[in-house]
Design a protein around this ligand. Structure first.
Ligand code: ARG
Length: 592
């Protein structure tokens, strides 16, 4: 059930009834809200097609609409229709219709949203790398990915979220080398050691996080060190027991830490598959590419051409194996596709990474299609997001200019929220659970309210504000609604009572109109994988509620029927808003 569809149906019938093609009859939101709520410019198009004056057509359509309204004023969608020179049709929606619509929303699954056939979808997001601290470079992937996963689930799809952990490659060789030089006495490095390796990891996460940058810096200056690190990487890949053991410990320690951090962000994955899991599929990949005569040698490297005639820019060949025999990022991604198709056979795979990886995914998707690694109808999407910048317009850094760790960022935002809450409430009313919930809404809404592909400025002060288009503002409104319902005492959810909402209140009407956009909003948001549409909807709805509530003392209403109608509306608003924020990946506190 979708408001625009309903209006289009009625308008289409009117066009058809007076002899014009219904396809010309689209209803849109009015560009002159001072004159009317909706409008239809279809008479202009019809005038050309039927060689008539537009106003003549508009008059005929309006006469037919008026007949419907007179016959059936209870169920009519429009309350007024007027033809305006040179041939516009100005429309207002009927309040009775909006009340019925609201009741239908309240009694339907997913508030009556019309959503496409469910699919099997795998979503690859997060993408952290082991032994490197989870920093804000990966924050957007986690936030956007989690929201899209929730949206797709809400729409009825079968969705699997996979982290695609970066656990393979030189970073591991580097860590092992540095660790070995620091701790040569450990059993791992004693060639005569025959016993069982200890259960406990020989390093903590903080040690690992310090070791990696140290090793990486050292390799840049020390050739011998770099060669040993490279050697370790090859040894790991060929199954050397010591390298394998240390690698397993690195993963164990890192994954425990990552899970802790993701939990703070309200992000969780169904699968913790890793780049290493794809390695066994590389021989199969190489064989397919060779058998289909797609791969060839170019200066000793194995590549696949992916340029297409319609390309406006050069798309370089996809590098599969380097001349020294090493596999690459693309190789792992292609092998992972084989694994995913075997395991889950999805209809769609969605990847969420920094947009600087755009070309990588163009290449990978083309090879996957050409080589038939996926079904012909399997859709492969990449959502490339922009950079999160500081107020100076440069990639966000700590005050000292370093890479911001996620934990540090969360605590900075929590501090800002706590300060703002202390300005508003008594000290003892500010509790940490609420602070963290509000803080999370600030971070996530601040991110998701922008189109993913755009860069945005991470402005803690603005994001943590309780006013304006922010997460805390939305939460504040939800809590407001909850508290009115609590104060009201024993009110129960009665959807029929929505029909008793009064006529003639402009704020209320606008609120109902905004509310009724849910179905359209969510189907576009899901189709376009665009959480920012949910943010705008929440903001407009909260604003409309705020104006309504400002002018309507709900708890003081003396007409019991009307009062109960208001309560029913509050229940519905609360449900819709809480659903929306759950799709954005956060939730509301009980009080704030
Ligand atoms: N670990 C990668 C990075 O840090 C992101 C992985 C994204 N997923 C993928 N299938 N390539 O950039």
């Amino acid at each position: 059930m979708n408001l625009t569809n309903e209006m289009n149906r009625v308008m289409g019938d009117a066009f058809e009834k007076v002899g014009y093609d219904r396809a010309l009859s689209r209803v849109i939101v009015s560009s002159r809200p001072d004159l009317c709520e909706y409008q239809c410019n279809g008479a202009m198009g019809a005038a050309k097609a039927y060689h008539k004056a537009p106003i003549e057509i508009a008059n005929a359509v309006v006469a037919s609409l008026n007949e419907v309204m007179a016959e059936n004023d209870k169920n009519a969608v429009f309350s007024s229709a007027e033809a305006i020179m040179p041939g516009f049709i100005n429309l207002n929606v009927s309040e009775a219709f909006l009340r019925h619509f609201a009741r239908q929303m309240a009694t339907s699954e997913r508030f009556g949203a019309e959503l496409p056939e469910p699919k099997k979808i795998l979503i690859d997001y997060g993408g952290p790398n082991v032994a490197k601290p989870l920093h804000i470079g990966h924050l957007r992937s986690a936030i956007i990915g989690e929201s899209i996963k929730q949206m797709l689930k809400f729409a009825g799809n079968e969705v699997i979220g996979d982290t695609h952990l970066g656990d393979w490659g030189l970073q591991i060789g580097l860590i092992i080398e540095e660790f070995k030089r620091r701790n040569p006495e450990l059993c791992y490095f004693n060639p005569d050691f025959k016993g069982k390796f200890p259960e406990e990891a020989p390093f903590t996460i903080s040690e690992l996080e310090e070791i990696y940058p140290a090793a990486s810096a050292r390799a840049k200056e020390d050739e011998e060190f770099a060669a040993c690190a490279h050697e370790n990487t090859l040894k790991l890949q060929s199954g050397d027991p010591v390298c394998h053991e240390l690698w397993k410990k690195i993963i164990e320690v890192s994954v425990a830490d990552l899970k802790k951090n993701y939990a703070k962000l309200n992000v969780s994955f169904d699968l913790w598959k890793a780049e290493s899991d794809a390695q066994p599929f590389i021989p199969e990949l190489l064989k397919i590419l060779a058998d289909k005569k797609l791969s060839y040698l170019s200066n000793g490297a194995t590549v696949v051409d992916v340029q297409e005639e319609t390309d406006k820019h050069e798309v370089p060949p996809c590098l599969i194996i380097k001349s020294d025999g090493a596999s690459l990022y693309a190789t792992t991604d292609l092998a992972t596709i084989i694994d995913r198709m075997n395991y889950f056979n999805p209809d769609e795979i969605i990847y969420i990474t920094d947009k600087r990886q755009d070309m990588h995914f163009v290449q990978v998707f083309r090879v996957a299609k050409k080589a038939g690694l996926v079904r012909e109808d399997t859709e492969l999407f990449h959502i490339g997001y922009g950079t999160m910048n500081g107020k100076d317009g440069k990639p966000f850094k700590t005050r000292a200019g370093g890479v911001m760790r996620l934990e540090a960022l969360i605590s900075e935002v929590d501090d800002a929220v706590r300060d703002k809450m202390k300005e508003r409430y008594e000290e003892d009313e500010v509790n940490e659970e609420t602070v963290h919930k509000v803080g999370l809404s600030a971070i996530k809404y601040g991110d998701l309210s922008n189109q993913a592909a755009k860069d945005y400025i991470f402005d803690i002060d603005r994001f943590a504000s309780f006013e304006g288009n922010t997460g805390p503002y939305i939460l504040y409104m939800i809590v407001r609604i909850k508290s009115i319902l609590q104060k009201a005492g024993n009110v129960s959810r009665n959807t029929d009572a929505l029909l008793d909402l009064p006529d003639g209140d402009a704020n209320l009407k606008l609120l109902l109109r905004k509310l009724s956009n849910f179905s359209e909003m969510i189907s576009t948001a899901v189709e376009e994988l665009a959480p920012h549409k949910i943010c705008s909807y929440c903001f407009e709805l909260c604003d409309a509620f705020s104006s309504f509530y400002h002018d309507t003392p709900i708890l003081k209403e003396t007409d019991e029927k009307v009062k109960n109608a208001y309560f029913s509306l509050l229940f519905l608003l609360q449900e819709v808003l809480e659903t929306c924020i759950s799709l954005l990946g956060f939730d509301a506190p009980e009080k704030m």
